[in-house]
Ligand binder design. Structure first.
Ligand SMILES: Nc1nc2c(ncn2[C@@H]2O[C@H](COP(=O)(O)OP(=O)(O)OP(=O)(O)O)[C@@H](O)[C@H]2O)c(=O)[nH]1
Ligand SMILES: [Mg+2]
Length: 380
């Protein structure tokens, strides 16, 4: 079964029945196989797109995820991504039950300019890890959602080999929503994957400069992928982004580019000396790799393992996970308050008028906010 669209609705096949525009997407045909690219197996049990599906209760979801049923895993993630009111509660109940089975993975975030080769690197690394017996889940975080440049198609085609690997599970980014919302969903998706026994979670971010902080707050190890020679000011990468990374990898170190990449990597090692490391007790590494030749891919994983061992020993690993969980509370609280405020009918009605008045200079922004807040508090 291909990744198919329900033609009229323009929704991916994994969208739940009756789902609204939050599932509208530009998913195009993927590789042959199950909903996540898997041939046969559990995918055979999945009904045809559009066919009525038995609705699952919390224990069905929990049992299915724990039993590593890929179809149910896919549906559990769909549930987590849904904004429909009934789904939100069901998802939270499911997550509550899955929580004890989560956390047993290494979570790696991968960022870099478009075209830096992140997906291809994930394909190479993921395949290597599956060969070594790991179970690898690949998630994508795309804050720009449906107006971006086709990451879903890109990911599916560039990770074709990995998507056919029984040890791997690839989930494209959820569409729509504000960045906080997307990051929250990715976090919950990650937890569901961990409960399904995935011990390596690779999170690809789309576009530099929008989602780094959000993804950094999801993962243990953060990798920045660059290419040599594409404007050697390191592609406009800001120091702040470099300081979020635990390793910086100069990619596409093959052919004519190999020497250039190795030189850039040496240069970078010197620069890193002056930067603040992202993780206490760890010196940010500079690496070279090529997904075409396989150079540096195994070495990259050695660095991740070394990082994990050191951070576990120093306590930085669990310290980060604890503070990420606390940050998550605040992120969700902010999201809740924002949704309540902007979703308030009085605020919605009044907002365009306030915006116009502020734009025309007849009203100060502070006064506009205070009027909006009074409206909000008057009709909660
Ligand atoms: N020579 C060479 N080309 C590569 C390598 N890795 C990726 N590419 C090519 O670079 C292009 C972009 O690769 P992707 O893996 O899609 O890059 P990405 O960073 O995931 O891109 P976005 O998801 O669009 O941001 C593709 O044409 C790849 O074939 C590599 O190691 N060497
Ligand atoms: Mg990509």
């Amino acid at each position: 079964m291909n990744i198919t669209m329900t033609p009229k609705k323009q929704k991916p096949e994994w969208a739940p029945e009756g789902a609204g525009a939050e599932f509208a997407s530009r998913v195009l045909g993927g590789v042959p196989g199950g909903h996540d690219g898997m041939p046969g197996g559990a995918a055979k049990k999945a009904p045809a797109a559009g066919a009525a599906r038995r609705s699952l209760n919390v224990s069905d979801y929990v049992a299915g995820v724990r039993a590593r049923d890929r179809t149910i895993l896919g549906r559990a993630i769909t549930l987590v991504e849904s904004n429909a009111p009934g789904h939100v509660e069901l998802a939270q109940e499911m997550l509550g039950e899955l929580l004890p089975a989560t956390g047993n993975s290494v979570r790696v975030g991968i960022t870099g300019v478009p075209g830096a080769g992140k997906s291809t690197l994930i394909e190479a690394l993921g395949t290597l890890l599956c060969e070594r017996g790991h179970r690898v889940a690949v998630l994508a975080v795309d804050p720009s959602s449906s107006v971006s440049k086709g990451s879903i198609l890109g990911d599916k085609t560039r990770m074709e080999r990995l998507s056919r690997n029984p040890g791997a599970f690839i989930r494209p980014s959820p569409s729509g929503g504000i960045l906080g919302g997307v990051a929250r969903k990715s976090r919950e998706t990650m937890l569901v994957c961990e409960a399904a026994g995935y011990d390596v979670i690779l999170v690809e971010t789309v576009g530099v400069g929008q989602s780094e902080t959000a993804v950094r707050s999801l993962v243990d190890f953060f990798l920045l992928v660059l290419i040599a020679g594409a404007g050697d000011e390191l592609q406009g990468i800001k120091r702040g982004i470099m300081e979020l990374a635990d390793a910086i990898l100069i990619n596409k170190a093959d052919g004519d580019n190999r020497i250039r990449a190795e030189n850039a990597s040496c240069e970078l090692t010197k620069v890193l000396h002056y930067l603040q490391p992202a993780t206490r007790g760890w010196t940010t590494r500079s690496l070279c790799a090529s997904s075409l030749t396989g150079l540096g891919v195994a070495e990259l994983w050695e660095v991740v393992e070394e990082f994990k061992a050191k951070a576990l020993a120093s306590g930085a690993f669990s310290e980060r996970r604890r503070s990420q969980a606390v940050d998550w509370v605040h992120a969700m609280a902010r999201e809740y308050v924002m949704a309540r405020f902007y979703g308030n009918p009085g605020v919605k009605e009044m907002l365009p008028e306030m915006e116009r008045a502020v734009a025309e200079g007849g009203l100060s922004p502070a006064r506009a906010v205070s009027l909006l807040v009074s409206k909000f508090e008057g009709c909660p």
